[in-house]
Design a protein around this ligand. Sequence first.
Ligand SMILES: [Zn+2]
Length: 452
Amino acid sequence: MTRTIIDGGYIATVDAVGTEHSTGHVVIEDGRITAVAAGPAPAPLREGAEVVDATGCLITPGLINTHHHLYQWLTRGYAQDAILFDWLTALYPLWSQINARLTGIGAAGGMAVLARSGCTTVGDHHYIFPQGSGDIVGAIVEAGARIGVRLHATRGSMDLGASQGGLPPDFAVETTHAALRASAEAVERYHDPSFDSLVRVAIAPCSPFSVTADLLREAAVLARSLDVRLHTHASETVEEDAYCLERFGMTPTQYLESVGWLGSDVWMAHCVHLDDTAIERYAATGTGVAHCPSSNARLASGIAPVRDMLRAGVPVGLGVDGAASNESGQLGIEIREAVLMGRLRTGADSFSVRQGLSIATMGGARVLGRQDEIGSLEPGKLADIAVWRVDGVEHAGILDPVAALGLGAMPPLARLYVGGRAIVEESELVTAEEPILAEEVAAASRELAERL
Ligand SMILES: [Zn+2]
């Protein structure tokens, strides 16, 4: 047995009652948390253990990213001033040039930055599979293993091209049958349902305006037969609302419910434009939401009604979204964005820093269906832990360390653990050489641009 003790930091457990210890310790044994308590670790436990001095640090659960498009790491900085539909239309041709090798490089870059911003579990939504592009989901899984994060990959899809009334050009879409077959294959090949799984796979047709109702309906049946989750984009923009009203005579929520897409095994990205009735349907069915404040601001989509969702009992997690609409890709700063945006929408007392931390951790765990495994610091859970240094010049003097994280600059990481394995130490990724990764990303981005 290996034992690590993180000792002497401020602990925010994010358990059901929000327990915090102004000085405490966390014990990790064989990849799981075995104790979390106030004060120093008892002497017998320290014997033979690796003791990490966390004085001056804030210890939180590892952050959980519930929505990303990792391949977009290679296409940052394009269509800088566009709204969603124009931005998508500008980028589809470039995205249609990707393949498994390029995607793997972009995914490693995106996951490296996520890890360096406190993220231990990475949700990804991949939905572009050009003909002959190889095993893209496999490349993302491999990149996850390279960086050392816990991965929720999805096999996405688009089957509604422009000639059929969809937004994407015809060359960017697959047939319904091919999308379903490949989704089943990705689950069979990579999905691991075990308790401490490092790779889970969900099925994720892209959005109401890029897939057919048949694909949505059949994907839901398929996912339920394979016992995996469902993910898509929903209610992101007013243009999407208008599209659904015109094409289906329904709001996006009514449409998605009509094809079997509300449920406790479903999570949706964005949900910026949910009205009270839609929020009630999400709450009643347990449908989760990936809140992506920076991306929603970048594309001027609006501010999601997160306070109202939380009050209604909707599971809400945090996401960076794809890097082409959030060039930062850092999950740590999204806590601050969520707090600030929440206040812009509903007032200064409507969204606390602790709510921000909660949606970034336990909220994300609920959204991904892993609330028994990750999301809080409690004995029995997996040792996915962020140790933030809050005694540097950026944060020293902020008496509340959670406010230092949620309102201050994103703190550097003393450690980031995934299943008890340190993948970041003193701000440096230990699983990959960052300068080499940066060169790979730059070369792959260039290659992709030149392919067009
Ligand atoms: Zn997205």
